[in-house]
Design a protein. Structure first.
Length: 621
């Protein structure tokens, strides 16, 4: 017996309440399948399947369930990371970022880290897989055997996969877009595993099939669409009479936009117009179409900057080639070490320069107008060996048994035609060690920092003898502190001992007590507390105090080991820049001791004292 009209209306209200409970509601009011449901599927071990048909079914279900599995196994993207610890697997994380309902994503990935491979090649195909009623029935049966309700998971499968989908991929130029089309096309024509698992979508002669528009086999309901399953266009292409479910914007900004404000503005305007190419979801009025903007940064006023300022409903994910970008990627550890180790990234930084490197690989563009330090006023030196001025208490021996002292050779600025400067021996400088344990609590900001400076009185100079900043555990940090302290013969270690940093002084003092017998050189080391303001801008004020020192050209850096501090100096004033080394350097004016008495004044003072002494002697005689 069917429900009467009042009963039917009552049941619809009940069903509506259930949907409200089961689904998540986004900020625009649309219903979304929760991530807990999306991630509930556990991949099937294909080897547990005994027949070829069961293996095929399991392979299909795994492909539907995981973009990473589909990309690696079915599309054979063998250069993706295979680290089974997924929290350390960049490409697994990249796939997970778009395995969600209601995509509005801005994803910033460094150059050559396979962002186009995942988002503009694998993802469109994955979203267009033919999820059939037979697949749905098998999933429901599996969940039922586990004693669970698989209805909502099947709902997600139907949202995630659509054989009749229409996906627009936009790139900076039609030439770049067509290259992506060729890569997608190749899977349909030559991908043996893909063709075997999903034979029902392999195109025939009736399908449009060019590099710029690819149409896989569709259902009868989707056969009337004029758009391809995948269309590929460049910025500026006409959008009239186009209607898509998904739009992917891949590297819309390029060199032309970087060089021309007009081109950049045109690119931003084109992004705005893309909303007109969406085909609205008539079944869910608040649900916006899925949209991904992926690329690396080009400047501080590029498309992504516009999105951050004006389209805040997007989710923003930023990744840096050297980490420090999120909880999964600690600073200083390459996120794709198989292709970019630290040495390679250092070479590329030297080649690109700080600005382009910061944009393309750190996704942290620098606005020169906001930079506070004029790095052109930095001075440089390098360490060398002096085989002539050898002192018994300060000599080292080379491989041939010859004694030498370490000296500092100044680099002369040829533009100012400066005369040659005498070399300096580090031992003759007043040396100061300042340490700054990490206590910021910011995501990804987990570096401890050390600076060792040497001060020259006449002329007034501050030499940055050694800098160190790494993300290490406390015991390793303590070891490095004393290694550097003994190497530079530091008597006093300066440390801020307030708040979360108090713990470190305890460990330092314990280390000395535990090792003083085997390392007697530690016995003379003492600790001095640094004064720190409790105001909100204390750190900024400390670092700003170094600006006049740079402007007076008093700060000298080791030319062969200064990349980290120069990077911080060049970026300081911009948002999200690292300041670990600068913060320790900012304590310098508090500890550096300069003799402010002029030589002539000192000589006159001595003469006056001698005169008074002789006069007193005569009067007493």
């Amino acid at each position: 017996m069917g429900l009467s009209t009042p009963d039917l209306q009552e049941q619809q209200v009940v069903d509506s309440v259930k949907r409200t409970i089961d689904y998540e509601i986004d900020e625009l009011g649309a219903t979304q399948v929760p991530r807990s449901v999306i991630n509930s599927w556990r991949l099937i071990n294909i080897n547990d399947c005994s027949t070829q048909e069961s293996k095929k079914s399991a392979e299909r279900l795994n492909s539907f369930a995981s973009l990473f599995y589909f990309s690696l196994r079915v599309l054979k993207k063998n250069k993706l990371q295979t680290n089974p610890i997924f929290k350390h697997n960049l490409h697994y994380q990249m796939c997970q970022a778009v395995m969600k309902d209601g995509l509005k994503e801005v994803i910033e990935i460094p150059r050559d880290h396979y962002k186009s491979t995942i988002y503009s090649e694998c993802f469109p195909i994955w979203r267009s897989l033919p999820f059939s009623n037979k697949d749905a029935d098998l999933i429901l049966k599996i969940y039922d055997q586990l004693g669970q309700d698989g209805t909502m998971y099947v709902e997600w499968m139907r949202r995630a996969h659509n054989q009749d989908s229409r996906i627009l991929v936009v790139s900076e130029t039609i030439k770049n877009a067509a290259k992506l089309g060729i890569r997608v096309r190749n899977h349909y024509e030559n991908g043996d595993i893909f063709r075997y698992l999903f034979a029902e979508v392999i195109p025939d002669a009736s399908c449009i099939w060019t590099n710029e528009s690819l149409q896989q086999k569709r259902t009868r309901a989707g056969s009337g669409h004029g758009e391809g399953t995948f269309d590929f266009i460049g910025v500026g292409a006409a959008l009239q009479s186009r209607h898509y479910n998904i739009i992917i914007q891949d590297d819309l900004v390029g060199k032309d936009a970087l060089k021309s404000e007009l081109v950049m503005n045109d690119t931003i305007e084109y992004h705005k117009l893309l909303v007109g190419a969406f085909d609205a979801d008539a079944d869910n009025a608040g649900r916006d179409n899925d949209e991904i903007v992926v690329g690396n940064r080009w400047s501080y006023n590029d498309l992504n900057s516009h999105l951050r300022d004006n389209e805040k409903y997007f989710n923003f994910s930023r990744h840096s080639a050297l980490g420090g970008c999120c909880d999964q990627h600690p600073h200083g550890i390459p996120i794709f070490p198989e292709a970019f180790n630290i040495a390679k990234l250092s070479r590329w930084r030297a080649r690109l320069g700080t600005y382009l490197y910061s944009c393309q690989f750190l996704n942290l563009p620098i606005n020169p107008e906001k930079c506070k330090f004029d790095t052109s006023r930095l001075r440089y030196f390098h360490y060398d060996r002096d085989y002539i001025a050898v002192a018994r208490n300060d000599q080292r021996v080379d491989d041939q048994g010859r004694g030498y002292r370490v000296k500092m050779v100044h680099h002369i600025d040829e533009k100012t035609m400066e005369p040659a400067m005498e070399d300096v021996f580090p031992r003759n400088l007043q040396r100061y060690m300042i340490i700054d344990p990490n206590h910021s609590g910011q995501k990804g900001r987990c570096r401890h920092a050390i600076t060792i400076t040497g001060v020259s009185q006449k002329p007034r100079r501050i030499y940055l003898l050694r800098t160190w900043a790494e993300a290490v555990d406390t015991n390793t940090f303590v070891e490095i502190i004393f290694q550097l302290a003994t190497a530079f013969k530091i008597n006093t270690i300066h440390i801020e001992t307030v708040a979360a940093q108090k713990y470190l002084k305890f460990h330092l003092e314990y280390y000395i007590q535990a090792n003083r017998k085997t390392k007697p050189e530690l016995a003379h080391i003492r600790f001095a507390d640094l004064k720190s303001s409790t105001t909100a801008n204390a750190k900024i004020e400390r670092i700003d105090s170094v600006i006049p020192i740079v402007e007076r050209e008093e700060l000298w850096l080791d030319a062969r080991d200064c990349s980290k501090v120069v990077e911080e100096l060049e970026a300081y004033g911009n948002k999200n820049g690292l300041v670990d080394i600068l913060d320790t350097l900012g304590y310098g004016p508090q500890v550096w001791k300069f003799d402010d008495v002029d030589d002539e004044e000192l000589e006159n003072l001595v003469i006056a004292q001698q005169t008074r002494f002789r006069k007193a002697m005569r009067m007493s005689a």
